[in-house]
Design a protein around this ligand. Structure first.
Ligand code: ADP
Ligand code: ZN
Length: 341
């Protein structure tokens, strides 16, 4: 059964298929955007396709690569009926989606997420965009795909660190929305685990539920997904993006935000302990690195686009599997947690 994600009257399916089936299901007129790693690993899938290949990594989510991709499309005569197919992780998905949203004022977009992170998170919710030198995702749009196709088999070629990176977002859904998912996830560390398909489907379902209620990130409903992200984004920013992967940064962020919730009397102590233990068992970092500067982290958080008028907002776990957005978290409580590490 395909899952259907609602986007303001433009529903799209998230379907789990093999790459062979996916190739058959794609629109006839199409151009595939991918990165060099995927081009090397999946030549069969790309055979016969019109392909634009970018370098792997966040740097490809910039204006220079965007310009190259849209110009290659223009030169190859891509028209309004040409679907842009993003075959890769979150970087490729965000870039390809932004190309689709803007080329000829918008052409059809298909996502084929190949990282766990992209399958459970970034491919669902219609956010597309690129980075500016001034900041991440500063140029973007909501551009729903016509379909998301995922082949869980592609996760077997993912480097172990990238798989763990995605597991951080998977555990996030359990902590904030689904206590039974937490039990189902115990011991899941490998892409070959037979439980994985059910788990990925469940995460897509949960994300679909939230983004369906708040398609354009206006009501605040979507903000619950930011558990671990207020601190996590700050960690990514101060370490300069790339040194710490997104999932690693939010793993640390979730542990610290659980402790923050505990100090505020919102998160029960056993939940904080569970967050730390389960992320640690996956092999994710659960504490700030030696020498991290709490004031620098706090400084970034103050500039976070979710902070309104200098007040810090956090999605905090109440009991395992439930959470709520708190708008007025005192800075000294946050600083205390960062200082404790
Ligand atoms: P994310 O989905 O985590 O946001 P990226 O798009 O940066 O991230 O992908 C992370 C890395 O994993 C990149 O180097 C990318 O080339 C690589 N990658 C993506 N999918 C696969 C896959 N199925 N097998 C092997 N490597 C992959
Ligand atoms: Zn995230």
């Amino acid at each position: 059964m395909d899952l259907i994600v609602e986007h303001e009257g433009k529903p799209y399916p998230v379907a789990f298929r093999s790459l062979v089936q996916i190739k058959d299901a794609l629109p006839t007129s199409r151009a595939v955007v991918t990165d060099e790693n995927l081009a090397r690993l999946y030549p069969g899938f790309l055979e016969g396709e019109r392909v634009v290949t970018v370098a792997p990594g966040e740097a490809s989510k910039g204006l220079a690569t965007y310009e190259r991709v849209v110009r290659e499309l223009a030169q190859s005569g891509a028209d309004r009926k040409t679907a842009i197919v993003g075959f890769g992780g979150g970087v490729v998905g965000d870039l390809a989606g932004f190309v689709a949203a803007t080329y000829l004022r918008g052409v059809p977009f298909v996502q084929i997420p190949t990282t766990l992170l992209a399958q459970v998170d970034s491919s669902v919710g219609a956010k597309v965009g690129i980075d500016l030198p001034e900041g991440k995702n500063l140029l973007g749009s909501f551009w729903p795909p016509i379909a998301v196709y995922a082949d869980l088999g592609t996760l077997r070629t993912l480097p172990a660190r990238e798989f763990r990176n995605g597991l951080a977002e998977v555990w996030k859904y359990a902590y904030i929305m689904d206590a039974p998912l937490a039990s189902a996830l115990e011991g899941l560390t490998q892409p070959g685990d037979p439980r994985l398909e059910g788990v990925v489907r469940r995460c897509v379902e949960l994300k679909a539920e939230v983004v369906g209620e708040d398609p354009f990130e206006r009501s605040g409903r979507r903000a619950i997904l930011n558990f671990g992200h207020t601190i996590g984004h700050a960690i990514e920013a101060v370490t300069g993006y790339g040194a710490v992967l997104h999932g690693e940064a939010i793993a640390i962020g979730m542990v610290l935000e659980a402790r923050l919730g505990e100090r505020l009397g919102i998160t029960p102590p056993e939940t904080t302990a569970l967050v730390r233990r389960t992320l640690g068992e996956v092999g994710l970092p659960t504490a700030l690195r030696e020498g991290s500067d709490p004031d620098a982290l706090l400084g970034v958080m103050r500039r976070d686009k979710k902070a309104t008028q200098g007040r810090l907002a956090f999605s905090l776990v109440e009991t395992l599997g439930t959470c709520k957005l708190y708008h007025d978290v005192p800075e000294d409580a946050v600083l205390g947690v960062l200082q404790a590490g």
